[in-house]
Design a protein around this ligand. Sequence first.
Ligand code: UDX
Length: 489
Amino acid sequence: MEEERENPNPLPHVLIFPLPVQGPVNCMLKLAELLCLAGGITITFLNTDHNHRRLLACTDIENRFSKYPTFQFATVPDGLPEENPRSGDRFMEIFDGLEKMATPLLKKMLAPGGMSKNVNCLIADGILNFAHDVADEVGVPVIYFETISPCGLWACFCLQKLIDSGEVPFEGNDLDVLINNVPGMEGFLRRRDLPNFYRVNDLKNHPLVGKLVLENRRVPEARGLILNTFEELDGPIALAQIRCLVPNVYSIGPIHSYLKSQLAKTQSITSKDSTNSLWKEDRSCMNWLDQQPDKSVIYVSIGSLAVMEKHQVIEFWYGLVNSCRRFLWVRRPNAVIAGGDLLNEEIPDEIKKATEERGCLVSWAPQEDVISHRAIAGFFTHSGWNSTLESIVSGVPMLCWPQFFDQLVNGRMVSEIWKIGLDMKDTCDRVVIERLINELVEEGKREKFAGSANELARMAEQSIMENGSSQSNFKRLVDDIKSMVNVNL
Ligand code: UDX
C-alpha cells in the first residue's frame, strides 16, 4: 500500500495462475511473456513446486524470463507425493491437491500488503473456482483464461441445459444420436462427441461435474474470458454462443504463433529457446526429420495427460507399420497404464524391424518445430487443444484419437466443420489406423484436407498480424488490465 501511494503511476500487477498441467502451463507462460513484451505490467506467475522443478530441469526458462524485470515466479506445493504420475486418469487428485495447498497461499498473496506490490488482477484457469472465491473476498478482479478449446468449453457450458432437457445421461447405448441442446452445434454433434464425463450415468455424483457446474456459474461473473483461438476459426460457432454468456471475450490465439511473431520483432530467438516443456525435449528427431522427404512422415503424440493400454500401443504400432509410412512417435514416459510400457520381448520382431527402417521414437519432442517441419505429412493426435492449434498453424491435416474432455469435441470439429482431418474416436484397431492414415496422406486423397488446412493456416497468420483480430484483442486486454490499477486499493 505504501508503495502504491508513493507512486502516482504504479504499474498494474497481475497474478497468473494456471492449472498445473502441460497444456495450460504452456499457454499461460506464453500469455505472461506476451504481457512482458507489451510492457507496463508487473507479473507474478504461480507454478506448483513440482512443475517449476521440471521446467527448470528441462528448459532455460529462468534465463529467458530473467530478461523481463517486471516478471517473477512464485510457487506452491501441489499436495501430491513425488511419485504421483499426475496423468489425466488422476486429474481429480491434481485438482484437489492444488485447491488444498493454494487456497491459503492465495489468500495471503491477494490480500492488501500480501505481496511487496498489491495484486490488481488475477488471471486464472476457469476450473480453479477456489481462486475466484479468494479474489472475491479481497476485491481483486478476475479474468479467466480457459486454455481448452472454445468448442469444448461451450459443450461444458451447456451441462445444465443438457441435463434439464433429458439429453444426458444418455438413454440407451447408441452414441451416434445427434445432440440438440448445444446451440450452434445441432446437426453435427453426436453423443460420442461430447466431453467424456457426459457418458456416465450418475452425473450428479461425478466429482468433475460438480466443479463444472460451479465453473459455469463463475465464468460469467469474471471481468472477461481469454481464449486461445482466433475469430476466423471459432467465431461463427463457439464464440458466438459463448459471448451470449460472457460478452467480454478476448480471443488472442493461436498464442504460440502470436508470441513467436512478437519475439521475432524484439530479439533474435529460436523456438529452441522458448520451450515450456515439462519433459526434456529430444531434439535428435529434428536431424532424423531433416533426412526424410517432404510430406512423408506421420507425427504421433497423445500429449501430456492421456494414457494408453498396452494392447492399444500394439494396435497403434501395427497400424503405423502396416500403413508403410514413415513415422515419428512420441512415447512419453508414464503414458502406458496397467503394468507400464512394453518390454522388449513383448514387441514383435516385424514391428521392431519396420521401426528401425522408417520410424523414430522419442520420449518427448520439440513439437512446435516438428509440426512445422517440411517432412511432416500428417499428425496422429489426441486432439488436445494446443496440439490442434499447432497443427492448424502449420497446415498439417490430423487423424484424431481424442481421449477425454474437450478433445472429443475437437475431433468432431476437425473432421466435420473445419474439414482438416479424420476422427477415429472410440476405435483403436490396426486395420482402421492403417486405412485412415493412408486416407489422410495418400496422393489423390490428401488434397481435400490440405486445401482447407492451408486456408485455416493463412487465416491464423492474418489474425496475429497488425490489426488482425487476435492482435487487436490482445491490445484491448492489455488496456483493460492497465485500467484496473486502482480498483482494489
Ligand atoms: C490438456 C488436455 O488433455 C486437453 O484436453 C486440453 O485441450 C488441453 O490440456 P495436453 O495433453 O496437455 O492437453 O495436450 P495439448 O493441449 O495438445 O498440449 C500439449 C502440449 O505439449 C503442446 O503444446 C505440444 O506442443 C507439447 N508437446 C507435446 C511437446 O512439446 N512435445 C511432445 O512430445 C508432445
